[in-house]
Write a protein that binds this ligand. Structure first.
Ligand code: ATP
Length: 397
């Protein structure tokens, strides 16, 4: 995650104005506007979901409010397993339409283990949304904020800094709802790799590596690693072939490959060597959890699901039913997802204020987490969700 070096970018539009945090709960659509002068304004659809989803989203909203920047209007929409219990639909069409119309979507987490479809699978409206909005690029930055969060020896802040790019709308997940179960004795899911889908995610990976390289001092060359299983599966050999073809268009970027099983080892042994990893949907899903484990666990990992016309920002974690309702969920992954949302809006609309708001949030997270005691239980502290959220919000000012 890049922090802007320009001090100008840290300037608040109105540093003196009191902007008290307001409660963003309430269905179906509570429109809230920040009363702050700005050139631009954005409409954000909020889907809090289930389990710890509402708790961590509330903290992200608190921090967005404190960080200032362009005007944000929020509308909240029903979705998730609880929504299914109430309405029979975990992702009502009206909620999907609101996401289509919004400038960006902020999402908590969805699904509960005891709420399932008749075939035994869990509700996963957040995954359905990726397919409905064609959010093909699953962007998962992995950044180590403090040595204490890392289970490996000898890694300090910033030593682990790579992005896992997960292809989000094909691969093994394309079989979702379409797998075969035959006579109760056989089940099949298929790996779907298309040329178009692979070309666009690989191109995204190279563009990202180029951007990251440009933002590092001295512009060291970027690197993209294709994670596959090309030695066994035709689908994966095809993925790698397309990776190599696209890579020829980026001669300044180092391109290499690793089998996914080997990558599970390499990420533990030498995570500092990676820059951008690109993987098929399922491999990306699995490696995301491993990668999050390197920097403090699922509570620390943000993500953006990006398409041509829409983007959804959410923590990598699920609804964490084991800790739901206890007020101890780590909100940092969701807060950093909100910063990613600002960054994406800033680049998309060429909006310096939005980029500055992103930098303020990232700086605040960095500042707060530098204090060992500023931590929820999953990262070794005793803070409650709202306490950590409040500390980060306060550091934005
Ligand atoms: P899904 O498959 O829906 O992504 P999952 O199976 O990966 O979900 P999670 O709900 O993410 O499961 O939870 C996995 C573990 O990580 C649980 O023990 C949970 O308590 C922990 N965890 C997840 N998110 C957080 C968080 N924000 N703060 C603290 N612990 C978390």
């Amino acid at each position: 995650m890049q922090i802007s070096e320009s001090q100008d970018l840290y300037r608040r539009v109105d540093d003196t104005e009191e902007r008290p945090y307001r409660c963003f709960r309430g269905l179906p659509s509570e429109l809230l506007e920040r009363n702050q002068p700005s050139m631009s304004s954005y409409q954000i659809a909020v889907l809090k979901g289930d389990g710890i989803g509402p708790d961590v989203v509330d903290e992200a909203l608190r921090v967005l409010d404190a960080a200032g920047g362009p005007v944000l209007s929020f509308s909240e929409h029903p979705s998730g397993a609880d929504c299914y219990k109430e309405t029979g639909d975990p992702l009502p069409e009206a909620s999907v339409e609101a996401c289509r119309q919004a400038d960006a979507v902020l999402l908590g987490a969805m699904g509960l283990p005891d709420v399932r479809w008749p075939d035994g699978t869990e509700m996963r409206p957040q995954v359905d949304l990726r397919f409905l909005l064609d959010l093909y690029a699953g962007l998962r930055p992995i950044y180590l904020y403090t040595a204490d969060h890392c289970p490996l020896k000898g890694y300090g802040p910033g030593d682990i800094d790579f992005v896992l790019l997960r292809e989000n709308v094909e691969g093994l997940f394309a079989s979702m709802n379409g797998g075969i179960q035959l006579r109760g004795e056989m089940a099949v899911d298929s790996m779907v790799i298309t040329r178009t889908g692979t070309e666009r995610i690989v191109r995204y990976a190279f563009e990202l590596a180029q951007q990251r390289s440009g933002a590092r001092s001295g512009n060291p060359p970027g690197r993209v690693t294709c994670v596959d299983k090309a030695n066994i599966f035709r689908s994966m050999a095809f993925f790698r072939q397309i990776f190599d073809e696209v890579g020829t268009g980026y001669p300044a970027i180092t391109a290499d490959h690793a089998y996914v099983d080997a990558m599970a080892l390499y990420l533990v042994r030498q995570p500092q060597t990676y820059d951008v990893l690109v993987a098929e949907n399922m491999f990306g899903d699995i490696l995301s959890d491993l990668a999050a484990g390197l920097v403090g666990g699922l509570g620390m990992a943000p993500s953006g699901d990006i398409g041509e016309d829409a983007a959804v920002f959410q923590p990598v974690h699920g609804t964490a039913p084991d800790i739901a309702g206890q007020g101890v969920a780590n909100p940092v992954g969701t807060i950093l997802s909100a910063a990613m949302m600002w960054r994406w809006l800033g680049h998309r609309h060429d909006d310096e204020e939005a980029l500055a708001a992103a930098a303020r949030i990232e700086d605040a997270v960095r500042l707060v987490l530098a204090d060992k005691k500023a931590a929820t239980p999953d990262i070794g502290g005793t803070m409650k969700t709202h306490e950590l959220g409040q500390a980060i919000a306060a550091a934005c000012n």
